[in-house]
Design a protein around this ligand. Structure first.
Ligand code: HEM
Length: 561
């Protein structure tokens, strides 16, 4: 007889429940501390974790009560708080999310050393319950480091390049979205009576339409209510996962099924996005013409059929996998670029003198009778430097995407156990006083040399850090870059770096220059400037803001096509 089957016959009265709960909690805590003491010798130092919930117990306290418990420190952003821990514990410190050990890497030297010199150990992704429940560890972004991830990533990158990623041929697609943004900005600004326009929905729509064109072969009208709802749901889903009580799903995954609050909302968000994407995939399957692939989804289905025909039964190329890849590219490619454009508009409104200089450069090099092109990039160094300076300060993916140690390793005198979550703190790199003069000030000229030419800085890593080629190969890589007919070429082979860097740079450049060529941006009269701390999620979004636009064509009576 099963030795535990008697448990099924025990009837618990309320008077038994409390002592039993106390006993179980005490047992759990004893096991927790024993495990930690045993497994975690010589780990990096860090703040003392609470039992069970680790260092994120603050989320258990309702926001309204946090002030009373001394936790309301509105003037310090999450990233400032995380980065300042390095002053107390050093550039490598530990945190606990529940009983999960996480190590935060701070400053350029440490981040580069880990990701660039130890890519085989630090390229995995953690099995974070709140994310794994949603992604099933498929797709690219959160897939474990290994042959499946490598095959899927390579296929997607090659396919996206064949559809124009990083190439001049994608320019018209981006410019089409720009035309809509401009027309709508003018219209809404006129209707606003001086109160300004919220640019976020317009920018987000244009940016996601570029990704949609590449992967789904279709654009959505900016007024399409379903599409707008999906974009809103994706942003909300990310925010809930990262910055709400739902983070406690990582302590106890059963919380995901709670029938109330953010837990219930998260499940609804997931359901709505699934229905939307599955319908699009089904439509692709039904209308597939293998001779004329329209987009990445078609190419994927063709690859899937080819592998099946070749008898590859255990291939990872399945419709289910395609679903997660589309979700990944949609989320990775929309929020990041949208927020980068929005931050740039906000900085332009807050720093009118910099805006003047950018516009003067665009007027001189491009004029007002044609749209800026990526081929103008080399001739617009101040504009490029301004975009880079905004990216440096805004750091839209401040903790990168979490990495994981795939084996126990010694790193800079500490033991990092297998399975440790690694947060490369990119925010700390971009504010590192060891490598930047006055890191908190907005100064685009830091990216220019004495002759006004653009300087490349290796400490500027908004897209993450890959394997840096050794000095002997660096020169040949750079000459390959300048000789290439592509507008941008992929970075040197790394492990986990952004797959959409070239696309993002193109979108950012064309959208920002196109908008500044046509409009002058300013905050509505009498409104206080929004905080530059931003809203923390997987990506760092600016706090909501409105801008007034002045049509620059009225200055000189010139019109941009
Ligand atoms: C300004 C815009 C963007 C920024 C700042 C950005 C930044 C990043 C960062 C920091 C990472 C994590 C790298 C790491 O693991 O160390 C990442 C990963 C990734 N990004 Fe981007 N990204 C941007 C735009 C895009 C776009 C437009 C796409 C695609 C269409 C994209 C696709 C991806 C993918 C697929 C990954 C995961 C790569 C992997 O795990 O192998 N990103 N990005």
């Amino acid at each position: 007889m099963d030795t535990l089957s008697w448990l099924g016959h025990v009837t618990l009265s309320p008077s038994h429940v409390v002592p039993l709960a106390v006993f179980l909690l005490a047992f759990y805590l004893a096991a927790f501390y024993r495990r930690r003491a045993g497994a975690y010798t010589n780990i990096p130092p860090g703040p003392k974790p609470w039992p069970v919930v680790g260092n994120f117990g603050g989320f258990l306290v309702p926001p309204a009560l946090r002030g009373r418990f001394g936790q309301r420190r509105d003037h310090v952003s999450v990233m400032e708080a995380l980065t300042s821990q390095a002053d107390l514990y050093g550039n490598i410190y530990s945190l606990f999310v529940g009983s999960q050990l996480a190590v935060v890497l701070n400053g350029y030297e440490v981040v580069r050393d880990a990701l660039s010199n130890h890519p085989d150990v630090f390229s995995d992704r953690p099995d974070v319950p709140s994310i794994s429940i949603l992604t099933k560890r498929r797709g690219i972004v959160f897939a474990p480091y290994g042959p499946v991830w490598r095959k899927q990533r390579k296929f997607c990158h090659t396919t996206l390049r064949s559809f124009g990623l990083g190439k001049l041929s994608l320019e018209p697609c981006i410019q089409r979205g720009l035309v809509t943004i401009k027309a709508e900005l003018l219209r809404l600004n006129g209707e606003s009576g001086g109160t300004g326009v919220d640019p976020a929905p317009l920018i987000s729509n244009a940016v996601s339409n570029v990704v949609c064109s590449l992967i789904l072969g279709q654009r959505f009208h900016h007024g399409d209510p379903e599409f707008r709802a999906i974009l809103g749901l994706m942003a909300r889903g990310l925010e809930i996962c990262i910055n709400s009580a739902a983070i406690l799903i990582n302590v106890c995954s059963l919380l995901y099924y709670l029938p109330f609050g953010v837990f219930k909302e998260l499940r609804q968000v997931e359901r709505d996005i699934t229905v939307f994407l599955k319908r699009i995939i089904a439509n692709h399957r039904e209308t597939l013409d293998p001779e004329n692939p329209r987009d990445l989804a078609d190419m994927y289905l063709i690859e899937m059929l080819a592998r099946r025909a070749a008898g590859e039964e255990d291939s990872s190329f399945t419709e289910d996998y395609l679903f997660y890849i589309i979700g990944d590219l949609f989320i990775a490619g929309t929020d990041t670029t949208t927020n980068s454009v929005l931050w740039t508009l906000l900085y332009m409104a807050l720093y009118p003198d910099v805006q003047d200089k950018v516009q003067a450069e665009i007027d001189k090099v491009v004029g007002r009778r044609r749209l800026p092109s990526v081929t103008d990039r080399g001739s617009l160094p101040f504009t490029e430097a301004t975009i880079m300076e905004v990216q440096r300060l805004a750091v839209v993916v401040p903790l990168s995407v979490p990495h994981m140690a795939s084996e126990t390793t010694e790193f800079r005198g500490y033991t990092i156990p297998k399975g440790t979550v690694i947060f490369p703190n990119l925010y700390s790199v971009h504010r590192d006083p060891a490598v930047w003069d006055e890191p908190d000030s907005f100064n685009p000229t830091r990216f220019l040399d004495d002759e006004g030419k653009l300087l490349k800085k290796e400490f500027f890593i908004p897209f993450g850090i890959g394997t840096i080629p050794p000095p002997c190969l660096r020169e040949s890589f750079e000459s390959f870059q300048s000789a290439s007919r592509d507008v941008t070429v992929p970075p040197p082979p790394g492990r986990r770096v952004c797959m959409g860097e070239q696309l993002a740079k193109m979108e950012l450049f064309l959208t920002v220059t196109g908008l500044l060529q046509s409009f002058r941006f300013r905050l509505p009269d009498g409104t206080p400037p929004p905080s530059l701390q931003g809203r923390f999620g997987l990506t760092m979004a600016p706090c909501p803001f409105r801008v007034c636009v002045n049509d620059r064509s009225e200055d000189r009576g010139t019109h941009v096509i």
